[in-house]
Design a binder for this molecule. Structure first.
Ligand code: D6G
Length: 850
């Protein structure tokens, strides 16, 4: 591609994003001005940048609605099997750029704004992230929505509309401080509320077994108000729905108060029931047994199931009126995927509806429930597994507890039948755990009530089969399967890295955008000098852009010729950010010891939030900041080493970081990270990985070959063997001088002049209670980092490995993941067929999936 001479030329270039269409450009300008005038009630003298953002968002939205209505109409008319993805989290980030891209109108909008004298990037930066998730699990749900729409599946995401998403992280004097995320302060242009479709949800009350069946009575009712968010597929005119529920007090809420004349009190108490969807619980991989969280879990499940059943019953031709009366065909028409155990109340709630409301018998209800539901496990960390106290169930969901008891009785009979007299198995497999107060084990409930259980990377699935859920696997081997995670190439390549996308498209065309395996063709370019240089140039431009951004946003200066080394993910002990910090200290000490030696310059950056109640994680952030203070201000070190904590890491920041990364750190202890998805995004964008044989790293290595990735550390069997023989972290401290020096510095206050004993707890854990084996993996990690530094000295060799990474990342598309779910779990068929564009007359009827 030739270099554009002017800004105007740049806009005229043919890129993967397509070219501007003259008619569209003028239409967009008109739409933009109309919305500025009629929707925002402003003119260009008084409009703010935010007004321009909203005017643009509404203009783009206008191009969604026809496709959205038409898609949903097709679903009603064709009655395909529907897929329901239920998740407590959707970590969406921004929507504007993604929508323009998927609708194929980016270039025309770009041109329209250029002609209007507005800077599109400035407008895009106005959008608040929809941070309705914590990390990987929530982002996966968002990537899956994109792929389900792109593959033409009649799919729906169901979630909660938290008024406050993941908190905003501020770093004050090195400490994390949380601020509320008021993402709805100015409203969201993408959601459409549907107050006409509110659904009542019951809580508390008591169960009455009568001759006419079971009644759940004297309940407290909260309404679920749906907000619909459009999910456009890539260039296929499909627009699916993500339906987010918001809690709304019933009109009759606190009738007693109203009746007794306490009108004001009654109005004020409405807030209490609306608290259900007030805020996202900010824990990643950690179970916090709060009643409000259990309410959230039941709220999403009960509202969603009523909606699913209403849609199942509804007639064709777009009417919401019921026609179906029998539930026999339910599993042929409905697939429900549980994103972790968080929505696993689907199982007892479906049983309750089928039996208590619809009058089905237990056996039939159970058969339908099991055939409909499937469960994705996301973690094997014991502290993350949901185990709700029976007492909490008893008061909040008394009927569900009864049903869970019956499920368990029948299940225990099955176990007894298979292993007579094996009481240990019964105890281990029971849905009700007895030790330490009775609790409901939600993973056991989800496995028993589902026809499919999947892990999210090959190694993770092996661990759940042979360790975590071994007994269940021995009972039902056919239920267990692997579905390695994936990421959407639209957001995570085309949107965030248009420069690289164009370099790729120049060589292999643009089919890779929704057929990511096509990237394999790039392998043949590995020795093509011009291609190597183009790849290097794209990376360098991204690094420059990131350096400018981080200078402006965080007032941090970085040298764009140094290696950009990133670890971006939630702060968690098992992810071992501390190991990264130990490497930085080691390099620092080496520079100080040999100030004249040649060192590969690096900017090591760590970004991620700590759960507000996770004290050790917050301490780790403080340590990182303090090490940075010493290293970054030492004149002997200069530009050879920088250590930076990136404040408030989130989806929109990831989109800036990932294209600019040279090195991706994926260094969790083997056997702890279920999959990881950041690892895939960085690989796809040509960063090299230093990592352990954990999660999807294993499959990444298989795809690219072991010479293109820096693998270090113990394997899962080696970790097991270490614990079996007795792990003594101190022995590593005593044997490895560089490790000892680093630990001593942390211990003696070298990094905390303000308080010498500040990090004693960290050191104590490393030496005495090193649960994630940092000490055991340190030596190999440092050696691997040395190999990284050496390779970076040879830019061409480095770039060749980048190309091999990009070329090998096809497997990690969420399109591949969803295609596998569709085939192996949901029994639906993805399609490449485009729906007609509603803005054009229909030429022929279009067949859609199933
Ligand atoms: C979305 C788009 C709208 C459509 C509605 C259908 O809000 O055009 O009418 O979905 O919702 P259900 O009837 O399928 O719930």
């Amino acid at each position: 591609m030739t270099t554009p001479e002017t800004e105007y030329d740049r806009r005229k270039q043919i890129s993967v994003r397509g070219i501007a269409q003259v008619e569209n450009v003028s239409e967009f300008k008109k739409g933009f001005n109309r919305h500025l005038h009629f929707t925002l009630v402003k003119d260009r003298n008084v409009a703010t940048t935010r007004d321009y953002f909203f005017a643009l968002a509404y203009t783009v939205r206008d191009h969604l609605v026809g496709r959205w209505i038409r898609t949903q109409q097709y679903y009603y008319e064709n009655d395909p099997k529907r897929v329901y993805y239920i998740s407590l989290e959707y970590y969406i980030g921004r929507t504007l750029t993604n929508t323009m891209m998927n609708l194929g109108i980016s270039s025309s909008i770009d041109e329209a704004l250029y002609q209007l004298g507005l800077d599109i990037e400035e407008l895009e930066d106005q959008e608040e992230d929809a941070g309705l998730g914590n990390g990987g699990l929530g982002r996966l749900a968002a990537c899956f929505c994109d792929s389900m729409a792109t593959l033409g599946l009649a799919a729906y995401g169901y979630g909660l509309r938290y008024e406050y998403g993941i908190f905003t992280q501020r770093i004050i004097n090195g400490w994390q401080v949380e601020e509320p995320d008021e993402w709805l302060r100015y409203g969201s242009p993408w959601e459409k509320s549907r107050p006409e479709y509110v659904i009542p949800i019951n809580f508390y009350g008591r169960v009455n077994h009568t001759a006419n069946g079971v009644k759940w009575e004297d309940t407290q009712i909260v309404n679920a108000l749906p907000y619909d968010v459009p999910i456009p597929g890539y260039h296929n005119n499909t627009v699916n729905t993500l339906r987010l529920w918001s809690a709304k007090a019933q009109r009759s809420f606190c009738l007693n108060f109203f009746n007794s004349g306490q009108y004001i009190q009654a109005i004020m108490d409405r807030n209490i029931s609306e608290n259900i969807t007030r805020v996202l619980y900010p824990n990643d991989n950690f179970f916090e047994g709060k009643e409000l969280r259990l309410k959230q879990e039941y709220f999403i499940v009960a509202a969603t199931l009523q909606d699913i059943i209403r849609r199942f019953r509804s007639s064709k031709f777009g009417s919401r009126e019921p026609i179906r009366t029998s539930f026999e065909t339910f599993p042929q028409k409905v697939a429900i995927q549980l994103n972790d155990t968080h929505p696993s109340l689907v199982i007892p709630e479906l049983m309750r509806i089928f039996m208590d409301v619809e009058g089905l018998g237990w056996d039939q209800a159970w058969k339908i429930t099991e055939a409909t539901c499937a469960y994705t496990n996301h973690t094997v960390l014991p502290e993350a597994l949901e185990r709700w106290p029976v007492t909490m169930f008893e008061s909040l969901l008394p009927r569900h507890l009864e049903i869970i008891y019956v499920i368990n009785e029948k299940f225990m009979d099955v176990v007894r039948g298979k292993w007579p007299g094996d009481n240990d198995r019964l105890r281990h497999m029971s849905l009700i755990e007895e030790d330490g107060g009775k609790r409901v084990n939600m993973a056991h409930l989800a496995i028993v009530g589902s026809h499919a259980v999947n892990g999210v990377a090959a190694i993770h699935t092996e661990i759940i089969k042979h360790t975590t859920f071994r007994n269940f696997y021995e009972l039902w081997p056919y239920k267990f399967q692997n579905k390695t995670n994936g990421v959407t190439p639209r957001r995570w390549l085309l949107l965030c890295n248009p420069g690289l996308a164009d370099v790729i498209a120049d060589k292999i065309g643009d089919r890779f955008v929704n057929h990511l395996y096509e990237l394999r063709q790039l392998e043949s370019q590995i020795s093509n000098k011009a291609f190597i240089l183009a790849i290097m140039k794209a990376k360098q431009e991204n690094k420059l852009r990131f350096a400018n951004y981080i200078q402006k946003a965080n007032n941090v200066t970085v040298d764009p010729s140094a290696m950009f080394d990133f670890q971006i993910k939630r702060i968690h002990e098992y992810k071992r950010q501390l190991l990264n910090a130990l490497h930085v200290i080691t390099v620092y000490n080496r520079i100080k010891k040999n100030p004249d030696k040649n060192f590969t310059p690096r900017v090591v950056m760590i970004g991620g939030k700590a759960a507000p109640g996770y004290h050790m994680a917050k301490k780790i952030i403080k340590l990182i900041c303090n090490i940075g203070n010493i290293v970054n201000n030492d004149p002997v070190v200069g530009n050879r080493l920088k250590f930076i904590f990136l404040e408030n890491y989130r989806v929109s920041m990831a989109e800036k970081i990932i294209p600019a990364a040279d090195l991706s750190q994926q260094i969790s202890l083997a056997g702890t990270e279920a999959s990881g998805t950041g690892n895939m995004k960085l690989m796809l964008n040509g960063a090299l990985t230093i990592g352990t044989l954990d999660g999807a790293n294993v499959e990444m290595m298989e795809e690219m070959g072991k010479d293109n990735i820096f693998i270090f550390g113990m394997t899962v069997p080696e970790v097991d063997a270490l614990w079996a023989k007795g792990y003594n972290p101190k022995s590593f401290y005593e044997r490895i001088p560089e490790l000892r020096q680093a630990i001593d510095q942390i211990q003696n206050g070298f990094f905390s002049p303000e308080q010498h004993d500040l990090f004693h707890d960290i050191v104590h854990n490393l030496l005495n209670n090193d649960r994630f084996c940092l000490m055991a993996d340190y030596e190999e990690y440092i050696k691997a980092q040395d190999r990284v530094s050496a390779l970076y000295q040879d830019p061409i060799e480095w770039a060749k490995k980048c190309i091999m990474n990009i070329a090998s990342s096809g497997k990690f598309s969420s399109d591949r993941a969803i295609t596998e779910y569709a085939k192996d779990i949901w029994n639906v068929t993805p399609t490449d067929v485009k729906l007609p564009n509603p803005n054009e007359p229909i030429k022929q009827s279009v067949k859609i999936a199933n």
